[in-house]
Design a protein around this ligand. Structure first.
Ligand code: SAJ
Length: 453
């Protein structure tokens, strides 16, 4: 049987303009599913593939499996499933006819901070077996610079017995809680194996992105994505290190930050109880892994170490407060906020887990609350019963309205460690609390209790 003629770039351009392109999305997670819905929304026929049968079954029924509040996503998913523009499957046979394939599988790093590409490799090998000659393959997953043109290309070529295909990288830039919003409004970088492929990718993304879509080569696109998140991590680490300095010298990092940021060209980020989520803790390591065998990087690893130490620093502040209490052990601590970021339900790599484990290892009875997270979203005042310290780990809006007097009535001791700087010292102390905050000198904090980096 003769294989079908290989698609040309011209074919691709024509099909995109007439919306005849059949788009496949591999990986229907918190990135792939919105991507599939967005392409279907604008009129493309989209087939999504995922290895999890229950996930595929739920999506097939028009039911959104993504946790948390994602404005517009559930309704959009139901629409595109109902209209038949989005179909989903577990079997890669379903995408044999795809002209464009985006790869949106997770690309974690392991305990040694090295990339784990098991999911990516499996996806590429399965895709290779069904790939249409001349199809355009776009890696949206975040990978270490150099990965797409080597490993991804090799895996697909091997599995497809060297069928021809176009290859590019267009890293996702979504944010939990704003998935559709970011997909539609955040600029994208299209890295093509050739400028012509990059231009083709740009034409495709301009169908769904209402922002700048830049073209470049694959390596640059991979470098941009990992760099933009390493940049954020390093800048957060800087704010955290200044907070630790302020604690030691009697300063207030929030006042310092506000005045620093009035100086032209300064934009100091917020210190806090740690850096969680699916992107920022991982992407700096993906960037660093590209040169792990050649360069002894210091800044990126140091920033990771500083940010990872912040929940431990909060833990030390809590233990210090407990140590100064007249009450006897066992102590109880209420942790406010279990997600990784404010007003979001995503708990991936949350710093709060580090704090909870540390306190539990000190035989502290820990109670957790988070209005966004199922299982810990009970009545915060009930949960505060007999607590000795409240540790604020996430700046949820809901915590800005806490009734401090009511909370205090429930507690055995009224102490607060504010890991996100959301409470004013004066309102806490007026309400009768012993109040401590990251980045502000704690008169009673001994030098050896301060954060060690
Ligand atoms: N954090 C701080 N101080 C800050 C900012 C954040 O401690 O000044 C902490 C947060 O509490 C959280 C972690 O860092 O634990 C990450 O917060 P984030 O605001 O960076 O949120 P993410 O992880 O959702 O970041 C995503 C990233 N987007 C993509 O990877 C596509 C990031 O590049 C974006 O800058 C960020 O969204 C955004 O603000 O859009």
């Amino acid at each position: 049987m003769t294989s079908p003629p290989s698609l040309t770039l011209r074919n691709h351009h024509d099909m995109i303009r007439s919306r005849d392109t059949h788009i496949a999305v591999v990986g229907l997670g918190y990135v792939g599913l919105p991507v599939a819905c967005e392409f279907a929304r604008v009129g493309f026929l989209v087939t999504g593939v995922d290895i999890q049968p229950d996930r595929v079954a739920r999506i097939s029924a028009g039911d959104n499996p993504i946790e948390g509040n994602e404005p517009g996503l559930s309704a959009l998913l139901a629409d595109v499933i109902l209209s038949g523009r989005l179909k989903v499957a577990t079997d890669y046979e379903a995408i044999r006819d795809a002209d464009v394939v985006t790869i949106n599988v997770d690309t974690p790093v392991n305990k040694s901070h090295a990339p784990e590409y098991m999911a990516l490799r499996t996806a590429c090998m399965s895709l290779g077996k069904v790939l249409k000659p001349g199809a355009l393959v776009i890696v949206e997953s975040t990978v270490a610079p150099g990965t797409t043109s080597t490993l991804v290309h090799e895996w697909i070529s091997e599995a497809s017995q060297s069928k021809s295909f176009f290859l590019g990288a267009c890293p996702e830039r979504v944010m939990p809680g704003r998935l559709l919003h970011n997909l539609r409004t955040v600029p994208r970088v299209c890295g093509g194996e050739t400028p012509e492929v990059a231009e083709l990718m740009r034409e495709l993304y301009l169908q769904v992105v209402n922002a700048e879509v830049d073209t470049t080569d694959i390596l640059t696109a991979e470098l941009v994505k990992t760099t933009e998140n390493a940049y954020r991590d390093v800048n957060i680490a800087f704010a955290n290190e200044v907070a630790l300095i302020c604690e030691q010298v009697g300063g207030d990092v929030y006042a310092v930050r506000e005045l620093v940021n009035k100086s032209p060209g300064r934009s100091m980020l917020m210190p806090g109880a740690g850096v969680g989520g699916h992107c920022i803790p991982k992407d700096p390591w993906l960037l660093a892994s590209a040169v792990a065998d050649r360069l002894d990087l210091r800044l990126i690893p140091a920033a990771r170490a500083i940010n990872s130490s912040m929940p431990i620093h909060v833990g030390r502040m809590v233990l210090q407060m407990l140590a100064e209490m007249a009450s006897e052990a066992p102590y109880r601590v209420l942790v406010l906020g279990m997600s990784y970021r404010e007003n979001c339900a995503d708990v991936r790599q949350t710093p709060s887990e580090v704090l909870v484990s540390m306190l539990q290892s000190e035989a502290v009875d820990v109670v957790a609350h988070d209005p966004w997270v199922d299982g810990v979203n009970g009545d915060v005042y009930e949960l505060a019963r007999n607590a000795d310290v409240v540790a604020i780990m996430v700046a949820h809006d809901a915590y800005l309205e806490l009734d401090l007097s009511r909370l205090k009535c429930q507690m055995r001791n009224a102490s607060i460690v504010d890991g996100r700087g959301i409470m004013s010292r004066s309102s806490a102390e007026t309400a009768g609390y012993n109040y401590a905050r990251i980045g502000i000198a704690q008169s009673h904090m001994r030098k050896d209790q301060a954060g060690t980096l």
